[in-house]
Design a protein around this ligand. Structure first.
Ligand SMILES: *[C@@H]1O[C@H](CO)[C@@H](O)[C@H](O)[C@H]1NC(C)=O
Ligand SMILES: *[C@@H]1O[C@H](CO)[C@@H](O)[C@H](O)[C@H]1NC(C)=O
Length: 196
């Protein structure tokens, strides 16, 4: 009886391990910590690399965001082109100093997929272990004013080498779109030229 119980526990533990090392993407259990739980072969998990050692930079197409405009986000890699890229990721936009994702992602690139942490499609993860690079561009919309936000990503180069919760610069909410105001200045300039 005792023996059967231990076998059952071992099967459950092995199954849990498989779930946390999924090559098909981060499980929603990782939404808050964004920490991959890759087994170290003993009783624990592999540690992340220090963020200072990360070859990646998380870029955003805008310095501020509006409620409705799409913003694109991508990862630049400082290494030589033959070494560039990452295989696993978990990407969210977060209110600064909060772990809750905000906004939604759409039109995800090849080899990635949308997942739901708190609301539908508020995070992106890998769908396989193919290499992703700066051509993998992620599209996000705020859908409202979330105050100051930042993009946060965990990237895995391999099962044992990963960087957790790397951040973009901070973005503030702005009510007028940047492109609209640029267009407005341009029209205003043309109007002034026509008058004077
Ligand atoms: C990104 O990876 C794809 C597929 O491996 C490759 O075709 C493309 O040239 C790479 N792009 C850059 C900018 O390195
Ligand atoms: C971002 O928005 C803030 C507040 O609305 C504004 O003060 C700042 O100038 C904006 N910065 C850029 C780069 O648009």
């Amino acid at each position: 009886m005792q023996y059967n119980l231990w076998i059952a526990i071992c099967i459950i533990c092995t199954y849990q391990e498989a779930v946390y090392a999924l090559p098909g993407g981060a499980p929603t259990g990782a939404c808050t910590t964004m920490m991959p739980r890759h087994s170290n072969g003993a009783n624990g998990f592999l540690a992340s690399q220090s963020l200072a050692s990360s070859p990646y930079t998380l870029m955003a197409s805008k310095r501020n965001y509006t409620s409705t405009e799409a913003i694109t986000v991508w990862v630049v890699d400082s290494r030589a082109s033959s070494d560039r890229g990452y295989r696993g990721l978990l990407l969210q936009a977060r209110k600064v100093s909060s772990s809750a994702p905000v906004g939604t992602w759409m039109n995800v690139p090849a080899d990635t997929k949308l997942i739901t942490c708190s609301v539908a499609n508020d995070a992106v993860t890998h769908s396989n272990t193919m290499v992703k690079n700066e051509s993998s561009v992620y599209t996000w919309k705020a859908g409202g004013n979330h105050g100051n936000i930042e993009f946060v990503i965990t990237t895995a180069q391999s099962r044992s080498t990963f960087w957790v919760q790397q951040k973009s610069g901070m973005l503030m909410h702005s009510s007028a779109s940047v492109s609209t105001s640029t267009t407005f200045s341009l029209l205003f300039g043309i109007l002034c030229m026509a008058i004077f």
